[in-house]
Design a binder for this molecule. Sequence first.
Ligand SMILES: *Cc1c(COP(=O)(O)O)cnc(C)c1O
Length: 462
Amino acid sequence: MQYVSTRGAAPIVDFAGVVLSGLADDGGLYVPQVWPGLSMSELRSLQGRSYAEVAQRVVQLFVGDSLDSATLAGLIKDAYAGFDHPAVAPLRRIDPETWLLELFHGPTLAFKDCALQLLGRLMDHFLACEKRRMTVVAATSGDTGSAAIEACRDRSAIDIFVFHPKGRISEVQRRQMTTVMSENVHNIAIEGTFDDCQALVKQLFADEEFRTEVSLGAVNSINWARIVAQIVYYVAAGLALGAPVHRVAFSVPTGNFGDVYAGYCAARIGLPVAQLIVATNSNDILARFFDHGEYTPAEVTATMSPSMDIQVASNFERLLFDMYDGDSKEVTARMGALDQAGTFLVEQERVADKAALFVAHCVDEEGTLEAIRDTRKRAGIVVDPHTAVGIAAGRAMHQPGTVPLVCLATAHPAKFPAAVERALGAPPPDEPTIMKLFEREERYAVLENDPVIVKGYLRDHL
Ligand SMILES: *Cc1c(COP(=O)(O)O)cnc(C)c1O
């Protein structure tokens, strides 16, 4: 199984290569050179199987010779053993044809665990095979840091350093990171903003000598293995609702376009998907693209669904590559235009033809609150604001009486109590995982926003 860059000028790599490299050398993203697939009968044979068994079959398609099946089975079993629901990603009905796919049963109560728990183990395995270590660095505005820490904690070939802006994240978000006492986990509060933290990470990567010295790496959202791990729950949910005989539609709260792109990949390997609803909050660049074919980032607006407050959807380049039938020159030209002119266009007929599965819908703050209220009224279920954006978009775009609609529930409501309280007049019920955080000791360093000091700290703590 080989992977090529969307920009066409990076070396071709195998699965181990994509897991360890993240971004390709030419600035592009890795995609399969030839897509694998599952036949109708193979899909039928997966019905009634456990999440781990479906994961094994789906992930194996993309692994090629990089892992034998027993090793892969061990990594998958270990990755999902810590989830607090036996189904890993259970479905819950909210009305006769609408389902919630709960993706928040992992250690940080958000869907990023579904992919990162496996990615951390895959990285650790491939590093050990090459007798290497890696230093993972990440900047977080709150949520992704904890998922990255949980993915890398106690992995023997990885050290992780996470920078958060001091005093600018919630106490729960901080405690989810700083109460992890593993030897290889290092939390750093930077005297500055999230943008300062991100700039620091960029500066570390830009220093080639330092990058090589400590073998810098990332677990960012463009890593192909994260996409693969996310394909699994689309296939599992589809099978549970009658695939491959029946089709299913999905509504996906979207930021970096990783999650909904994984839904597209599920369709490409053979799952009969009727529709992919790209649900955005007021940061509606993708809704504008699917309506007019114009991709133009605007200013980021802060909303109640902060993990979707994104204007440049990094995984979108992978769909662009497919819209141009794998022509990396067309992709490179458009990404260049985005850099230089801040915009690019794709012909509308092309979008309608090559991205026919997608529709997009933007949900504002009032619509988000209304969806939280409506879901509690209909089903007695409290949802978080990200999930609510997906439900509202699903209700707007899905044709009733056709196929089942699956709305992806990407975070536990207890992670966003303020928004839930605003909608319902009372906060969500206490969640034991979060309550326990307040009994634990915290450990983190506070550093000035200065790359020299930060580099010194990393060297001292490796
Ligand atoms: C990251 C995240 C999203 C957006 O997912 P993308 O893959 O970036 O589109 C949605 N909801 C929650 C809770 C998230 O953490």
